[in-house]
Design a protein around this ligand. Structure first.
Ligand SMILES: [Zn+2]
Length: 257
């Protein structure tokens, strides 16, 4: 199922989709209008020159008015809810189910914030991925997508790399996931230049890592325990867990290379 009919979303379909998101931009009805204003301010700030990565500002946001307070975390949850619906609750890259904790569902910036700060809060530049894809994705090939333009590129301009919001997954990538009692094998095949690029730059490593972890009972149990901690951890302890997992990821990736 897809929210657009043709090869790419039309302008009318994009307008409809954006409106559906803005109508539900906060779970509390009385906060919707104010959240729209706050997001619009951040959107403009990101695009004013010199470009600003406003994502940390959304993280830290706590807007207090007589109606109550609006936190950045609740704005992100509303976004995640909307996008997960479109993605049928699966990772935008590897298509694994995103059923565990909120922290295992990072918001993924398709054009990376580091190179494209002007799109750090652009609705079309965000998707939801699994933690593995979010941390393993490399920032490199974006073809001819300009880093200096204020206009978000059209769907048709993404010719070199896969764009999870503008490309239909099934048109670009096929995958096969096989599980037995003791092992897991995942195979990804790119069907188009964009799908092939996604396989080369990310999915083949994700498949190798999944096989490595799932075929090692001790490692799998340890990682699943770390994930269950995350659901409860806050602040500093969460940062420490993140650092630990990033280091573990790095070691695993080095093993695979
Ligand atoms: Zn993934």
């Amino acid at each position: 199922m897809s929210w657009f009919k043709g090869t790419y979303p039309s302008r009318a379909e994009m307008r409809r989709e954006l409106k559906a998101y803005l109508d539900a931009v906060h779970k509390t009805k009385k906060h919707i209008a104010r959240t729209q204003v706050l997001l619009n301010d951040l959107w403009k700030q990101a695009r004013s020159r010199p470009f600003v990565d406003v994502w940390p500002l959304l993280d830290a946001m706590n807007d207090v008015t007589e109606l109550g307070s609006i936190k950045g975390t609740s704005v992100k949850s509303a976004f995640r809810r909307r996008i997960l619906l479109l993605q049928e609750n699966r990772c935008c890259y590897c298509r694994r189910w995103l059923v565990n904790t909120a922290y295992a569902k990072p918001i993924e910036h398709i054009l990376p914030r580091r190179h494209y700060p002007q799109f750090s809060i652009e609705f079309w530049n965000m998707a939801v991925s699994c933690y593995d894809c979010n941390s393993a994705k490399t920032d490199d090939v974006w073809g001819s997508i300009s880093t200096t333009s204020r206009r978000y590129p059209k769907a048709q301009e993404f010719t070199a790399a896969f764009h999870p919001r503008f490309h239909r997954y099934d048109d670009h990538v096929h995958y096969l996931r096989m599980e037995t009692n003791s092992s897991t094998v995942v195979l990804f095949t790119g069907l188009t230049p964009q799908g092939q690029h996604l396989c080369r730059s990310l999915l083949h490593r994700i498949a190798a890592k999944e096989a490595l972890i799932r075929n090692n009972v001790v490692l799998e149990a340890a990682i699943s325990q770390i994930r269950s901690f995350e659901a409860k951890a806050e602040g500093l302890s969460l940062a420490r867990l993140d650092a630990f997992r990033a280091a573990l990821d790095q070691s695993l990736m080095r093993l695979l290379e």
